[in-house]
Design a protein around this ligand. Structure first.
Ligand code: COA
Ligand code: MG
Length: 282
């Protein structure tokens, strides 16, 4: 899962374009991008889309409304019997919320939780690892700055240079560590300035550098960049292969020197993971 494209479920034209895009996942939104009065028609659209989905194309997730919103039971009812590939669950306070969702589902589906949208949630990113066994088949954790800034009563989540301020850097880092500790995919949040290709590229590069495996998108123009940056480049693949070869040729020791740098077991494991990621997206 490199690119996950949000689309308001009731926006027919956008849904069509999203399903025809190169996104790995399309997320049909029933939550924040759908007006309260439009929720019933958005649910009806989800049912239609799932009943007529084309073969091939992106995986389809549905973002339901949060537990306790009063909308969640109708959201869950609308996907019963027409299973999407997964559910995105917003505003989770901890793993207990995902377990509570599980209790409401007839068929268990992969879940991606947006796990940093409330102030209190930041204290529970370790809960997903603590409950990893019960949460299967959970898929990932992602984080959000917009709802968190609202809950923190912040004016903005970015400084004058457009960089995340410390509370949101913390949320991002806790999401990454919480996901990896639980064996889940960490997914970076949206770049809301969808016309700013430079900002998107920089956010993607930082996310790959830090260990995220994909990124949320809100506009189809963001997909090509996300897919490219989250796919290992030929240079990365060549370097990882050379490292693995060098370990083998040296008789698989604990540590080797290559081109003037030291490499030990974590580097070897990282190289193997990179080749696995490259194989997945080739
Ligand atoms: N998925 C698929 N297609 C999309 C799309 C999306 N998320 N966003 C825009 N498009 C399409 C439009 O339909 C338009 O196609 P058309 O001209 O052939 O009809 C084309 O891309 C260009 O759209 P553009 O004019 O650049 O954007 P906009 O100003 O109409 O819309 C947003 C901007 C942000 C409102 C829109 O991109 C959007 O709805 N994004 C998703 C929002 C969302 O789901 N938020 C919740 C999660 S944070
Ligand atoms: Mg939101």
């Amino acid at each position: 899962m490199r690119s996950l494209l949000f689309v308001p479920a009731d926006a027919g034209r956008k849904v069509e374009k999203a399903l025809a895009s190169a996104a790995d996942v399309v997320i049909l939104d029933l939550e924040d991008s759908v007006a309260i009065a439009a929720k019933p028609q958005a649910r009806a659209a989800v049912q239609r889309i799932l009943a007529n989905r084309p073969s091939g194309g992106p995986a389809i997730y549905v973002r339901i409304n949060p537990l306790g919103s009063g909308f969640e039971d109708d959201d869950i009812a609308c996907i019963a019997g027409r299973a999407p590939d997964g559910i995105m669950q917003p505003k989770t306070a901890s793993a207990a919320d995902v377990l509570a969702l599980r209790g409401k589902l007839e068929t268990q589906l992969p879940v991606i939780a947006i796990a940093t949208e409330t102030a209190g949630s930041l204290f529970h990113l370790g809960s997903y690892a603590e409950h990893a066994g019960e949460l299967a088949p959970m898929a990932g954790l992602t984080w959000g700055a917009e709802d968190l800034s609202n809950d923190l009563a912040a004016v903005t989540s970015r400084d004058d240079h457009g960089h995340l301020t410390p509370p949101y850097q913390l949320a991002r880092s806790l999401c990454l560590a919480g996901a990896r500790a639980a064996g889940l995919e960490p997914i970076d949040t949206v770049c809301v300035n969808f016309r700013d290709t430079g900002a998107l590229e920089a956010e993607c590069n930082a996310a790959v550098r830090d260990g995220f495996s994909g990124k949320l998108a809100i506009h189809p123009a963001q997909i090509a960049t996300i897919n490219r940056v989250f796919t290992p480049s030929p240079g990365d693949i060549a370097h990882a292969s050379a490292l693995i070869d060098a370990f083998r040729e040296a008789g698989n020791p604990g540590v080797i020197g290559l081109d003037g740098a030291m490499y030990d077991r974590p580097h070897l494991e990282r190289a193997r993971k990179l080749l696995a990621r490259a194989a997945r997206y080739s």
